[in-house]
Structures are given as C-alpha cells and as structure tokens.
Design a protein around this ligand. Structure first.
Ligand SMILES: *[C@@H]1O[C@H](CO)[C@@H](O)[C@H](O)[C@H]1NC(C)=O
Length: 371
C-alpha cells in the first residue's frame, strides 16, 4: 500500500479519489492506512480486559456511571465514554478494538486487539520487590501483555514470515505505560526521590518492548509519554500543600509535572536511539503531556469549566471526597470536565488528546499522516 500511494503522492486529487474509493471498502481503514491496531498499556486505554479478568467480582468500573457517555452502559473502560485508543480506531476507519483477554485463545482479531490492562506496570512487580522491597498492588505488567500478544500472534499468523507481514500492515500503540510504576509508589507515600532513580529502567523496558515488536515485523509504532500528573485531582488532593511556590500558574503541582517531564525526556531520548537503529521503521512519540496541557491552559476552548476537578466523586477539594462508583455524585455533564474519576480522564479530555496526536501538533508525525 505504501509504495502504491507513493506513486500518486504528487497528485492530491488522485490521492483523494483513491481514499474515497478505499473508504468504500469496508475492510480497509483510512486510505488503507493500517489493517489492524495492537495496543498495550494500562487503565488509560483498557477497553475491557480488567473487567473481564475480574468478572466474578465486578468492581465500580462495571457499574454506572462508568460508560454513561456514548456507550450508555459500563464497558470496562475506566471513563465516562470512549478512551484514546477508541478515537484512534475510529479516525483510522477501524472498528473499536476488542479487549484481548475474552478471546485470547480463540479470536482471529481481524482488526487488531487491545492488550492494555487496568493497573498495569511497565516493569514487572518483581523488579520493585527485589530492588526496593515494595509490593505493587496489581500483577499486570508489559511482560504479561507481551506473552499474551506473542501467543495470539503465533496462532493468527503462524511462522515468522506471516507474523512479519501481519504486523507490517498494523499500527502498534505502546502506551501510555509506566505511569503506574510511579503512581503506586507515590500514593504509598514512599520517598519521592526513589522513582527518579528508576525512570531509566522504566524507559528501558518500554524501549525493549518497541524493539521487540519491530523485530517481529512492526513498521509503525506509536509511543505515548506520561501526563502532567501534577494536574490530576488525586495527586492534587494527596500532595496538597500550603506553599504557593509548590503550584504553577495553572494551580498544578510543579514537582509532579516536572517529574512527568523527566520521564518523557528520557523516553524521547530512548525513542531517538531506537529510530537511529531501526531506519525504515516509523516510531512516533506522542506528547500526551503537551496535549493534556491544552485543556489545562485553555479549558474554555474545549467547553471545560475547571480542568482540575473530577466529574464523578464526592464533595471537598477537587471533588475527591470519595471515589467514583454507583452512589457517588456526578457533578454535571462529563463533557464539561477533564477529569472523570479523579485519576482517569473524561471522554472529552481523551478526545482532545487523541486529536492532538492524530492531526498534530502532539506527535512528531501526526498519526493520520503516518502512511
Ligand atoms: C461506593 O463507595 C462508597 C464510599 O466510597 C461505599 O460506601 C459504597 O458501598 C460503594 N457502593 C458500591 C455500590 O460499590
């Protein structure tokens, strides 16, 4: 497809005509860009894996008001509606990605699968136990997601050549991942300095993941960075201080935003290294920090009232008085909020971030121009 499009790249009307024709072909995505998406990550893009894993003991995310927007019922997404990966799939002309777990042993995944799981780490929980004697609250990590992915791949495209060709026409979205490696530590109120020491290991694990999918045949990999966690209601509440110098002009916590930027800086360096070692492969850094700062800086441009308060929760600062569940307060139309449940964002916020990646400027190649 790439070389076919290349032939016509000088003639915009011809390209548009081809796109229009291809869009009529239901099997192909936008201009036949990608046939599938395979994604890895945590609760930011989980579309039902955690809910499936915990189906015998459904938690709050499987109850209203989760899913109240767009789907009008809980789907396992940790959001009022669609999450970032849903917007990518829709913009690329693909159906919403199925979670991998329910069909891990049987699914053909003709348009891809989402391996992301709520609570997932980049590094394994064992790393934190061995190195810092710290017990992570959940077992999920990239190792497990990749194990499952490789089993699925071996089943739907047996043999190296088949896997290579299948992945070559797929988009791989690797992240956001790594946020929980920090979140769980910070909320356990352990020394803030330690996570700065393990940023290189978190980033290296993401990097080996990128290299692994490239070795299997992936040609386009999107790697998102971390969010401005200092603007997240749960952080604002837990690390609230009386010192105005701890806050930036948007009333976010400086230290935590600086921390996210350190992670992102290291990740960008790692991506540059991977780019130089894998010529001919598109590795795209998605700047989720910058994209999220859009609605922190200019909330009214997006119809958001206060970007630092949760839509679903309780009374008290940032609406964090209680967690979001069936009996919590929904403080208004979710489309007027950036934070959904004080940790995860609203469909509105995710749509703004996805748009910044699909159309720029928050991706080094806007995703819609990546083919
Ligand atoms: C919702 O959360 C509240 C307080 O956090 C708790 O008391 C209540 O039992 C929960 N309700 C459900 C249905 O999970």
């Amino acid at each position: 497809m790439g070389s076919f499009m290349g032939q016509y790249s000088t003639s915009l009307p011809v390209v548009l005509l081809i796109c229009a024709v291809l869009l009529l072909n239901a099997d192909l995505g936008l201009c036949g860009c990608f046939k599938r998406i395979f994604s890895f990550g945590d609760s930011i893009i989980d579309t039902g894996n955690s809910a499936y894993a915990g189906r015998n003991n459904p938690g709050p995310i499987m109850q209203s008001p989760y899913g109240m927007t767009y789907f009008h019922h809980p789907t396992g997404r940790v959001c009022d509606g669609r999450v970032i990966i849903d917007f990518y799939a829709q913009a690329l002309g693909l159906p919403l990605l199925p979670p991998s777990m329910p069909e891990a042993a049987t699914g053909q995944f003709p348009t891809g699968a989402n391996f992301a799981v709520f609570g997932s780490l980049a590094l394994s929980p064992n790393y934190y136990m061995t190195k810092y004697n710290f017990k992570m609250p959940m077992p999920w990590c990239l190792d497990l997601q990749f194990d499952s992915f490789k089993k699925v791949l071996a089943r739907i495209a047996p043999g190296q050549a088949a896997a290579k060709s299948l992945l070559g026409e797929s988009l791989v979205v690797l992240g956001e991942i790594g946020g929980n490696d920090y979140n769980f530590w910070f909320f356990a109120e352990r020394s803030r300095e330690t996570p700065e020491k393990y940023i290189p290991d978190v980033v290296a694990r993401i990097g080996t993941g990128v290299q692994e999918v490239i070795n299997l045949g992936a040609k386009t990999i999107l790697v998102p960075g971390n969010f401005p966690i200092g603007c997240v209601p749960a952080y604002l509440k837990a690390f609230r201080t009386n010192n105005p110098a701890d806050y930036d002009e948007f009333h976010c916590l400086r230290w935590f935003n600086d921390f996210s930027q350190k992670h992102n800086q290291a990740l960008k360096q790692e991506i540059n290294r991977l780019k130089s070692q894998n010529r001919g492969v598109k590795i795209i850094y998605a700047d989720y920090y910058g994209a999220a700062m859009e609605f922190v800086r200019n909330p009214h441009n997006y119809g958001i009232d206060d970007p630092l308060v949760a839509c679903c929760g309780g009374a008290g600062p940032y609406h964090t008085g209680r967690l979001c569940n069936k009996t919590a307060t929904v403080w208004g139309d979710p489309a007027k909020f950036a934070s959904w449940d004080q940790i995860h964002m609203t469909e509105k916020a995710y749509s703004v971030i996805a748009d910044g990646v699909l159309n720029g400027p928050y991706a080094d190649t806007p995703l819609l121009h990546a083919c």
